[in-house]
Write a protein that binds this ligand. Sequence first.
Ligand SMILES: [Zn+2]
Ligand SMILES: [Zn+2]
Length: 300
Amino acid sequence: MGSPQGRIPELRKDSVTNRWVIFSPARAKRPSDFKSKSPTTTQTQQQQDCPFCLGHEHQCAPEIFRVPPSSGPHWKIRVIENLYPALSRTLADPSAQYPILNPNPNPGSGVKVLGGFGFHDVVIETPVHSVQLSDLSPQEVGEVLLAYKKRIEQLSTHDSIKFVQVFKNHGASAGASMSHSHSQILALPVVPADVSARLDSMNGFFHETGKCSICEVGVEDLLIDESTHFFAIVPFAATFPFEIWIIPRHHSSHFHELDGAKIIPQLTVVAGFEIGTGCHINPVFPEDAAKVLREVQNSE
Ligand SMILES: [Zn+2]
Ligand SMILES: [Zn+2]
């Protein structure tokens, strides 16, 4: 029983912060081609070692689909399973698994634990190592967004999946472990507290005022750019310096409901999964950390 790494991932709800945290031992094992890269490493050497490059498909976890479909060796985009998933797609219904795999240490205490069921996919945005998302043509970026949409539609057919987040970490400092341009899709069996708080807040604003809170704050001072279908703003109470929201003019509650000509998230925080959802991924279980800390203390 358990993952190849020995321990299955787990979702725990912190009853103090009301936040779900994903405990994912596999995440600690992922390699980083940022870290191992010396200044003398050439682009060619990087490509030889990179599993996301064209021709290295066999080094990756299984493919889910590619764009264009059945394009042989000349694909443009690949959606694959993450080799180091934060959550496990092989665990069955999380509520059914939990009592067997993770006996609750304090039944009746209100402590909430779920088996770490979920999907963690990678979208390889280009077959070419040196090309970044910003180098792609608008049409090619559109194809990446349509790949997100297709995968979200597939994931949303699972009854146990309650929330899907697409995110992209650009550069080592943003938490990316691979320099080849890619994004990630995490499908969770819970709705993160920050997300439901956002929805509740917008709902409350609408009931009070009859207006949409996003449209209401889209004032000129905050506007960065606009087009026929979208506008980009710095949010009124931005959490981070240079935070940007890209908002469609057409009101739609779900990314995958947007049609081909409007393909951008309803509300995008330009940052990774943890910033987007307030749901954190931790590779170290607290009891393991406590054990290490106790040992350090005892050896002194
Ligand atoms: Zn590559
Ligand atoms: Zn609005």
